[in-house]
Design a protein around this ligand. Sequence first.
Ligand code: PLP
Length: 412
Amino acid sequence: MSWIDEKADKWLPLIRQAREQQVYPLFRPYETGGIHSVLYGKPVVNFSSNDYLGLTTHPKVKEAAKLAVDRFACGLSSSRVQATTTAHVELEERLAKWFGFESCVLFTTGYQAMVGTIQSLSDRDTTLVLDNLSHACILDGAFLAAGVPTAAPEVRYFNHNSAKSLERCLKTRQRKNALVLMEGIYSLDGDRAPLPEFVEVCERYDAVLLCDDAHGTGTLGKNGTGLIEETGMQGKVPIVISTFSKTFGGIGGILLAKNDVVEYVKHNARSFMFSASLPVPIVAAASTILDMMESEGPALVQELHEKSAYMRKNLLQLGFDLGKSDTHIMPVMCRDRRKALFMHVALLESGVFMIPIIYPGCKEGEERLRLNVTRGHTKEDMDQALELLDTYGKVFYVQSGEDLGPMEENWS
Ligand SMILES: Cc1ncc(COP(=O)(O)O)c(C=O)c1O
């Protein structure tokens, strides 16, 4: 047995055990796209999707992608350096205008946009200051930068969403340039960052603020342009990163900043320069969603908010704990690994999918079901989910918080 087999062998029993007990939640193979999908031949309503405005499967979006296949096929066989099209450039210009920035560049994923931006801006004169609940792309960007022996930045963490803690990090930093990394909405907890407080602290300590608004894009602000619009912070945040993998119905990373900063990152971000360019059918789909956001954005966002308010009110009335959430992302806190896993199986059997988040996806004791309300959910979908959550929640003591007690199987 080589060390790679040993490594796999040591780690895999957990997964095998979950599969044997039929509670393994990952990599379920959907048979169609969209919030209303098919799993194992049966209809299922997906409540863990990030298709926040339900536009991914809109006929116009699919039609635009099909037309682009005829003209540009599915790939351009190279990186943006030599595989840029007029479609990329036009969409970048439109996005910059819509988000209210001077310039924009499209990466192939949001993850790559973040990792490449952090790597390209970091050096020995930089301190990276991260929220301690940062998404993997922010952490990985910092780890990547810190791994460059001759140019490693200092890396510091502040307490989640705490301007005070951020201030302490900035005050005591050891390098002259600071890049502060935070998210508009945190995808596991559904809470939003206190952006005006962060802007104020960054201004006082001469730090550059980067907001990852992957989950705020399309969901916050009257027009859906995100947390900056919602908090009136236009012009105060130098860099925003977002994605096409949620509201924009596809895949792709968005970097927004001043012209020169975008130019600099384009020529220095290795995840941009050395990875294939975004396929044009995806650009066409995102561009069609942008048409919709420009023409009917406020109505679409309003509908999402109304549906979220309905779900939140009912979940709270039924006695569920939604943790720190104050957005359309509403974790149903189970605070027990077995409860989260059992609930997800019971719901799925009845045609509702909510992925369980367990350690190491969250801290032990903070296990939950991921429940995202989207504009694509109908009232019937939400009522069905509420009824099932209530029924199974009582069976597994989710609302009451009582202990499940010992089980026959070894669940420890
Ligand atoms: C906060 C946040 N940032 C970045 C990303 C990465 O985006 P993408 O899916 O485009 O790689 C995600 C996606 O999960 C995310 O939740």
